[in-house]
Design a protein around this ligand. Structure first.
Ligand code: ZN
Length: 326
């Protein structure tokens, strides 16, 4: 290091001057700063050309992670596709079988609060795959939720259908294989037995001995079980729900009470000749939305082809004969 001299006028000689502390400090700082800068450049240059073991490990882990994310995304897309197929089948098959409205795609695919949550993640290239996976997961979760709701609904529809199947009148109100029981009058315009003019017959008649058991033709609730002064005599009306009622008239005896829950095939009364009736018979009506319909169309679960043929034949033969009541 260069030495500093100063001229002393008193001694007339040059004297060695001590370096001031400030200057020394400045020099030290400068040296350290320079060393730092140089080593930084050296490290930078080195790491540019050569990878440190730690960086290499991280890069490797990163690559592995990318592969895993790609795989995850692939699996999620596969699941999403399977779910889409299930939704299609649900809308086009299951829901249409049960006459349920299809769930619109917009509802099925509506997001769960939107993509905003993932905006930050999506902006970063390294985590974009993760964000995509999360978004897809969200969509799938929502779809599954809606699908499971739809299945719950379908289960309800099935229960309702089952209930409907058991409730809608579909058997004969008496045992037609009993030889003493016979079909005696059809639905439609017929000659009135009392006045002999043409009158509309709102049900069908079955003749037989007094006391022949009469059965409910579907599950339901007894709406009326009383003597009807209008001409039906001892009468039972069953409400089957789904818009259906059945009427059983001219009974000799009623075996149920108003409000009773009854099942298909349950005994509700006995055949008789009460009310406006000429001869022992059952007058049976089926009503849909309070409009009588031809009961012949509701004998569909227990009637044999032979029995059905017999009824049709009797219908034709009896067409001109008067009904046993109006
Ligand atoms: Zn009748």
């Amino acid at each position: 290091m260069a030495k500093h001299y100063t001229f002393n006028p008193h001694t007339l000689s040059y004297e060695i001057l001590g370096i001031p502390f400030r200057v020394r400090l400045y020099r030290i700082v400068l040296t350290v700063a320079l060393a730092c800068a140089l080593s930084t450049v050296a490290i930078y240059v080195f790491s540019y050309f050569f990878e440190t073991p730690r960086a290499a490990l991280m890069r490797q882990q990163n690559e592995e992670l990318q592969i895993k994310y790609d795989f995850l995304l692939q699996r999620l897309r596969q699941t999403d596709n399977e779910l889409n197929e299930l939704m299609q089948r649900d809308n086009k098959m299951y829901r249409s079988i049960f006459e349920a409205d299809p769930i619109p795609l917009s509802v099925r695919e509506s997001g769960m609060g939107g993509i905003k949550r993932y905006e930050k993640l999506l902006a970063e290239a390294q985590t974009a795959q993760a964000a995509k996976a999360l978004i897809l997961m969200d969509k799938i979760t929502k779809k599954i939720y809606i699908q499971s709701k739809s299945f719950d609904e379908i289960v309800e529809y099935v229960r309702e259908k089952e209930n409907m199947i058991f409730s809608i009148p579909s058997i004969q109100p008496l045992n037609l294989s009993d030889p003493k029981v016979h079909f005696s009058g059809g639905y439609g315009w017929r000659s009135d037995p009392f006045y002999h003019n043409q009158k509309f017959h709102h049900g069908i008649d079955f003749g037989g001995p007094t006391g022949t058991p009469i059965y409910a033709t579907g599950n339901g609730t007894v709406e009326k079980a009383e003597f009807n002064w209008g001409g039906y005599g001892n009468m039972v009306i069953v409400n089957h729900g789904f818009g259906y009622h059945t009427r059983y008239a001219h009974l000799s005896e009623i075996k149920v009470r108003q409000g009773d829950k009854i099942t298909r095939g349950q005994l509700i009364g006995l055949m008789g000749n009460t009310g406006r009736s000429k001869g022992t018979h059952l007058h049976y009506e089926v009503l849909f939305k309070n409009q009588d319909v031809n009961p012949i169309n509701f004998f569909n679960t227990d009637i044999s082809e032979e029995e059905y043929g017999k009824i049709i034949k009797a219908l034709k033969e009896d067409a001109d004969k008067p009904a046993m009541e109006y």
